[in-house]
Design a protein around this ligand. Structure first.
Ligand code: TNX
Length: 525
């Protein structure tokens, strides 16, 4: 075949593929199994017809649970702006009539667990059932994605608000599906974190780990050690004023997240990554002198004096105050890159700090290095770089949270042209963040040893929400699917088409995403 003919054959082939894309990209699709849902549900079954949301539709909630009523209100709030409909929310003792959405805790499937849900859509109504309100909340996220993406717009749109009929039965692969935000290197205020929480909820993420302290900043008010936030929180990478959360603001964040079934895990990084504290209180240093505030991006140069009594008084006060404003089960103690702490000091320090955390009624999380120490009951090791550390944690009976840097570090650049981000763990294109199985990554660590998956965003180079969105989207939806959907049902070629159809949703939500060339983006509906 000569080169010209070869080219025209390729051209015909490409246009055939484009036609195929266009013909199945109508949103919503005529079959529910053609819907571009992320994360992919466990099971989707078609049935003929569709449900049409009309102006007199209401959300009916089976009576008896205030919490369930809240999920009904959340759904109505999501549907009102774009539809322009009133969408009343009403408690009821019986199944409502045609044209309505019904939310109920009468799920028949024990396998749904706490977070799963069942969605049955017919031409008459939408019935969303689950064992627990968190399952309903997850089902609501699926329902949002079943409506045309214009449902996410803030102003009234034309519709029609049609959803293809069928049944979805869905539940997560892993119980912990998280992200980490480093608010120490660059501070992110309460409203910014709330904005992030709203985006996380769309993808059924249920944990937000906040990295609250590092060399460059201390971001949480501690009443018994006030200089930590006042002085230690007064700057950030590159300079500027930094910032911190008062305990009241922090509690507001915890509640905002909990209302969206997201648990906040606070981290105080110790014994290294602690210059902000050392610059606030001289007694925490080996030489009893305060250090300078730090605005650079080096890691691994600071350590608390692990031999002094006062260091443990400090840890106990900080953990006590933090535990009192933490509703979730975990406190993260850091433990990474303590390059200037002697091994013989690091090991007893990590052991004692775990005991302090447990004495305040919380379970411990720490970066994988903590397995060098003896791990106490229920301690979770967060695997980020050293497989041996993770294996040592498992051999001590600990569970592992999977954050392999080469897959989940969403502060890594996409490729060599990405302006933001670092690349010490390699470039992470959108496909690479998706194509991996947490249960097959580290020899000797299987599904039974894994609590879940977390994608950290370190913020040495990330200064604001636009930067954050660019690094998080579109890798986060893929990582959310790795954590939620069974590995056997995942495949990049199919996923990339579904992801491409989320462009209109990203645009409606005004997300500054990276339009990777690896994804067949479908911008218009
Ligand atoms: C390593 S990951 C760190 C962080 C940096 C990050 C940058 C980990 C536990 N420690 O201190 O911010 O690399 O990617």
């Amino acid at each position: 075949m000569n080169i010209i003919r070869f080219r025209s054959v390729i051209a015909i082939f490409i246009s055939a593929i484009s036609v195929a894309y266009l013909s199945c990209s109508s949103n919503p699709p005529s079959n529910i199994s053609g819907a571009s849902l992320i994360p992919k549900p466990v099971s989707v079954t078609n049935s003929p017809g569709w449900f049409m949301l009309e102006s007199d539709a209401a959300v009916y909630v089976s009576s008896g649970s205030d919490e369930l009523m809240k999920t009904g209100n959340y759904l109505a709030e999501k549907l009102r702006p774009a539809t322009g409909y009133k969408i009343d929310v009403k408690a009821t003792d019986k199944t409502p009539g045609a044209g309505n959405i019904f939310i109920t805790l009468a799920a028949s499937e024990p396998k749904l667990g706490n977070e799963g849900y069942e969605l049955v859509i017919t031409d008459k109504k939408i019935v969303l059932s689950a064992n627990k309100p968190e399952g309903i909340f997850n089902g609501i996220q699926t329902l949002r994605q079943l409506f045309p993406s214009s449902v996410e717009l803030a102003t009234r749109q034309a519709g029609p608000w049609k959803v293809a009929s069928g049944t979805i039965v869905d539940y997560p692969e892993y119980p912990y599906r998280g992200v980490m935000l480093d608010v120490a290197r660059h501070f992110f205020g309460v409203n910014e974190v709330k904005q992030y929480i709203d985006l996380l909820a769309c993808y059924k993420i249920n944990a937000l780990h906040l990295h609250l302290s590092d060399d460059q900043g201390w971001r949480i008010e501690i009443k018994s050690w006030p200089q930590l936030a006042l002085h230690g929180g007064s700057t950030q990478v590159g300079g500027g004023n930094g910032g911190y959360y008062t305990q009241e603001q922090y509690s507001d964040l915890v509640k905002y997240a909990a209302d969206r079934y997201i648990t906040i895990i606070p981290e105080i990084d110790m014994p290294g990554h602690i210059n902000a504290a050392l610059s606030s209180y001289p007694e925490l240093n080996m030489n009893n002198k305060v250090t300078e505030l730090y605005r650079g991006t080096e890691v691994g140069f600071s350590t608390i004096d692990t031999k002094k009594e006062v260091s443990y008084k400090f840890v106990d006060d900080v953990v006590r105050e933090l535990a009192a404003i933490t509703t979730g089960p975990y406190i993260h103690i850091g433990g990474d890159e303590s390059h200037v702490t002697k091994r013989e000091d690091y090991i007893p320090f990590v052991k004692k700090v775990q005991e302090i955390v447990r004495s305040h009624g919380k379970q411990v999380m720490g970066w994988d290095e903590i397995s060098l120490s003896e791990l106490g009951p229920n301690t979770v090791a967060q695997y980020w770089s050293n497989a041996q550390n993770a294996q040592r944690a498992v051999s001590q009976g600990a569970k592992v949270l999977m954050s392999p840097a080469a897959k989940t570090y969403i502060d890594m650049k996409y490729d060599s042209t990405t302006v933001l981000g670092l690349h010490w763990a390699g470039y992470i294109e959108v496909d690479s963040a998706y194509i991996w199985d947490p249960a097959k990554l580290v020899p000797g660590i299987g599904k039974e040893n894994i609590l879940g998956v977390e994608a950290p965003l370190w913020t040495e180079t990330i200064a604001d929400m636009k930067d954050l969105e660019y690094m998080v989207f579109p890798r986060l939806p893929g990582i959310a699917e790795v954590a939620w959907s069974p590995a056997s049902s995942r495949n990049w070629a199919e996923y990339s088409v579904r992801l491409g159809r989320h462009a209109a949703r990203f645009n409606a939500l005004q997300i500054n995403y990276y339009a990777s060339k690896l994804v067949p983006w479908v911008k218009a509906e």
